[in-house]
Design a protein around this ligand. Structure first.
Ligand code: ME8
Length: 520
């Protein structure tokens, strides 16, 4: 069986989950579900990043210990993911014994392979980003009003204060990997996506790689450097290793089975860590590189970056009070191409829902099952002859099935949904073109049979393709179409269910009840 290993970033526990964290995790979930339906052996990993100065400071501010803070925030994630129907196979915490042991092993591998040395670090650090900055980088970045980031002592990325640090530190020989990284990126065109992000990484690497400071001595919340307890391993070295420790690295059957990862899904904010530092670490450790890294775009609210200080971060609990999980899942992946930025608006959500789900899918479901009730008492009739337009509907569905898979392999969620929507619109046109009510009036029973059958079977196959996006709503669709309370959208397989004509004549469908009621 082909394996498929997909990951999300592990989220910092300094703060509560928000819309951005939901977004990446929902995207990973859709892929995991789709691949399970393709009968791949899927491993879907998510988790939390508990270490580092930022988390330590957040805990201090609240007057609790870092692990107490981590425990609280972990609870939030643990209760949120099931509410959003997230079907992860494991949840990694960086404070766990299994993770820390794996990080220490990774360190030893890098050390044994000659990629770590001890020196002194004297430069800048941004705690919110947990990023090192050189004087030159700050000098070159503009902070506005003719000032550089060095003048204002602010981070070029997040614009918050940077601090000067001077301490003994271990370094990773990142500079050794510049050519190998460039070669890898050029030889593996699918390694970094989308294209614009790949170019960003290429420009960064071509600009020259400096060795990376990978330990700190001035705080303690992290994994201790093996045999040098005064040093804490840099939080990004610690965090990136989760993709392996989550499999039980160094010695586990799962590492053999699932590594290298098929896909790391991340936001564009953490591209450099994933597309430069992580591959270089893996090369240094002599381990295979992930097959693909996709850095998606950024959600803003009313045009502004979500942040705690602005108080505009969209909280999952508030959203879930107003909208069901499936609607949020659908909207987030439908509204904005995965690599692009998007602005979250409830108006846009309602418009999208009403036009594509209530009007198109909901309408097709309702009118088809209503007509089946009205004209055939809910019993699926026999098809005795097919016209070209019936075959065109089937051909469109079969093409959709192939194309949805292709789009998802490129993480083009919006195109996958758009392709399904095309079939839904085709279905509604088919109703209008065939006017079953006229056929009934004319007594054209043979044609009416064919039309009713095609509508219901098309709906079943539409629901099948939509199920990774909307596992609960499509479960309701299946209940009505298949008249079966037992249908489990966590356990459907294309190989068994995607063929045309699997519904048999004589099958009884339920009376329709609204799955996508209109939103006001
Ligand atoms: O960076 N729009 O954790 P983090 C879209 N611990 N996605 C967003 C977003 C937004 N406005 N805000 C956050 C870290 N995200 C590290 C990762 S991985 C080895 C360590 C999502 O809690 C997006 O996936 O800051 C982004 O990359 C991630 O949350 C950052 O989460």
């Amino acid at each position: 069986m082909q394996s498929y290993y997909v990951t999300t970033p592990i989220y910092y526990v300094n703060d509560e989950p928000h819309l951005g964290h939901m977004y990446t995790t929902i995207a990973a979930d859709v892929l995991a579900r789709h691949k399970r339906m393709m009968e791949h052996d899927v491993f879907f990993l998510t988790g939390v990043d508990e270490h580092g100065q930022k988390v330590q400071q957040a805990a201090e501010k609240r007057g609790i210990t870092p692990i107490e803070l981590a425990d609280q925030v972990v609870q939030r994630y643990a209760s949120l993911w099931p509410e959003l129907s997230i079907s992860h196979d494991d949840f990694i915490r960086t404070s766990s014994e299994r993770h820390q042991a794996g990080v220490a092993e990774m360190w030893k591998l890098l050390l044994d392979n000659g990629s770590i040395y001890k020196d002194f670090y004297e430069d800048w650090y941004c705690v919110p980003c947990e990023t090192y900055w050189t004087e030159t980088q700050l000098q070159d970045a503009t902070a506005g009003e003719g000032k550089s980031c060095l003048d204002t002592a602010t981070c070029p990325d997040c614009k918050r204060s940077v601090e000067k640090i001077q301490e003994e530190s271990y370094f990773f020989k990142l500079s050794d990997f510049q050519d190998k990284l460039l070669e890898h990126i050029h030889n593996n065109p699918d390694f970094i996506a989308p294209e614009s992000r790949k170019n960003e990484v290429l420009r960064f690497v071509e600009g020259g790689l400096r060795d990376l400071s990978i330990s700190r001595t001035t705080f303690s919340w992290g994994v201790a450097v093996p045999d040098d307890e005064g040093h804490v391993i840099y939080v990004w070295i610690d965090a990136l290793s989760n993709y392996l420790t989550g499999l039980g690295f160094p010695d586990s059957a799962k590492t053999e089975q699932y590594w290298p990862a098929d896909l790391h899904l991340i936001g564009k904010d953490i591209l450099r860590f994933h597309a430069v530092y992580w591959p270089a670490m893996l090369m240094a450790a002599g381990l295979p590189l992930p097959k693909r890294i996709f850095a998606h775009g950024w959600w803003t609210v009313d045009g502004e970056k979500m942040s705690k200080s602005k108080g505009n971060a969209l909280k999952p609990a508030d959203l879930l009070e107003r909208y069901d999980a499936d609607t949020l899942r659908y909207f987030l992946l439908r509204e904005v191409p995965f690599g692009s930025d998007g602005d979250f608006s409830e108006n846009a959500l309602k418009l999208r829902y009403n036009s594509e789900l209530a009007n198109d899918v909901g309408n097709l479901l309702n009118r088809s099952l209503s007509m089946l009730q009205k004209y055939r008492a809910g019993v699926l009739p026999e098809v005795s002859e097919e016209e070209p337009q019936d075959r065109a509907l089937i051909a469109d569905i079969e093409a959709m099935q192939r194309e949805v898979d292709e789009h998802l392999n490129q993480q083009a969620f919006h195109l996958a949904i758009e392709r399904i929507s095309q079939v839904v619109r085709h279905g509604n046109r088919y109703v209008a073109d065939n006017a079953p009510w006229v056929l009934a009036k004319e007594g054209n029973e043979t044609r009416l049979n064919t039309v009713l059958y095609h509508l219901v079977e098309a709906l079943r196959l539409i629901a099948l393709q939509l199920s990774p996006f909307m596992p609960t709503k499509t479960q309701q669709m299946f209940h009505q179409i298949l008249n079966d309370e037992q249908v489990d959208t966590n356990n459907l397989h294309f190989h068994e269910q995607a063929g045309w004509g699997l519904l048999k004549s004589g099958h009884v469908c339920q009376k329709p009840s609204p799955v996508f009621p209109r939103m006001e």
